[in-house]
Design a protein around this ligand. Structure first.
Ligand SMILES: [Zn+2]
Length: 363
């Protein structure tokens, strides 16, 4: 993307890369390395129904600059990706690599979400099995890299309630293994969350946190429903709140964090460009906004890129980005002690980065 180039952008990019970061909204299914997908495609061409060269796979997975922004086109990537969840080994490796890639981008705390039904369906795996495999891959990466990870299980709008209940029960059962929340994702334009409300309310009663994709491309009323009816602690995206003063007030009064993912918002057509993105306005209104990647592999982005776009494309300053990072720590689904420890650790690292940046002649 244009904003990534030029010597000034490169200098900031290098600083933002070194910045220790927090990503609260990243889908495992949107974080798969193309090289790994290609390897799987080569190994199982018949089972996948795909006979592709690497160059042919990329445009099917990755959103290109020339492609028209469209929410359903974006969601369709996930249908294709389901064919790649071919084995225990593949799923474990995908989870491992997703965490490694975050760690290499200096993400120090990651909440990684996935839909067990999506991973299980194509090959008829049990939901429990895929959760185990993902957690094993994550744990391996966590041991090898400097990153703290918590997991969120995703349920799709329109999911069979029986499967949704099973996912919710699994999330509760795996709390001791780092599952902290339940997420609702999918097509908010055509599928209501209605049937799934009891599942989410039950999960909350069991002590799980809730995050709901709402007001991404859909109306602000979806955000109100997520908070008042479903009991969401955080909102995935929520950028359409900018069009409804009552919803803005609700978010403000309850201090509900918004998990904002700028590049994804452009590709889904939710906003027309970085200069039109409501992030700076939501930030200046005092809402608890955070910056995240959503689907780094599909969007061809990193969290460093998202911070750079917020700066170069939306006019936010270094101090604003640090405030947004603090918001993310406060919004993390961690205990108070864990959040304090994370905040302290990031503060120490940031001070040292700022010291060396000044020594290098940065502003
Ligand atoms: Zn998402």
């Amino acid at each position: 993307m244009r904003l990534r180039r030029g010597p000034v952008a490169q200098a900031w990019r290098s600083l933002l890369h070194r910045l220790p970061k927090v990503d609260l909204h990243r889908h495992l299914e949107g974080s798969l390395r193309l090289s790994t997908l290609m390897e799987i495609a080569r190994r199982h061409p018949i089972r996948l129904g795909l006979d592709l060269e690497a160059a042919e796979l990329e445009p099917l997975i990755r959103f290109t600059v020339s492609e028209p922004a469209d929410f359903h086109r974006f969601l369709s990537r996930f249908q294709l990706l389901r064919r790649f969840y071919t084995s225990e080994e593949a799923i474990r490796r995908m989870a491992y690599e997703a965490v490694v890639d975050a760690a290499l981008d200096h993400v120090r705390y990651l909440e990684l979400r996935f839909n067990p039904a999506a991973l299980a369906q194509a090959q008829g795996f049990h939901l429990e099995e895929v959760v185990e495999w993902v957690l094993e891959g994550v744990e391996l990466a966590r041991q090898e890299f400097d990153i703290q990870v918590r997991m969120i299980l995703t349920i799709l709008r329109g999911e069979d309630p029986e499967i949704a209940w099973r996912i919710a029960r699994l999330a509760v059962a795996y709390r001791s293994r780092g599952v902290v929340a339940l997420d609702l994702a999918g097509d908010e334009l055509h599928k209501s969350a209605g049937d799934l409300v009891p599942v989410f309310r039950w999960a909350r009663e069991q002590g799980l946190c809730l995050t709901v994709h709402a007001g991404e491309v859909g109306p602000p009323a979806n955000i109100r429903h997520a908070i008042l009816v479903m009991g969401a602690h955080r909102i995935g995206h929520g950028i359409q709140a900018i069009h409804d003063v009552e919803v803005l007030r609700l978010l403000h009064e309850r201090n509900i964090p918004l998990e904002i993912c700028p590049t994804s918002n452009l590709q889904t057509g939710a906003v027309a460009g970085f200069h039109h993105h409501p992030l700076p306005d939501l930030y200046r209104l005092g809402l608890k906004v955070t910056l995240n990647t959503d689907d780094p592999s599909i969007s061809d982005t990193t969290l460093t890129d998202e911070y750079l776009f917020a700066m170069a494309g939306m006019g936010l300053q270094w101090k604003d980005l640090l405030r947004i990072l603090e918001n993310a720590v406060e919004a993390a689904f961690l205990s108070l002690e864990e959040r304090q420890a994370l905040a302290q650790r990031l503060r120490r690292e940031i001070q040292s980065i700022e010291r060396s940046w000044r020594l290098e002649g940065g502003t």
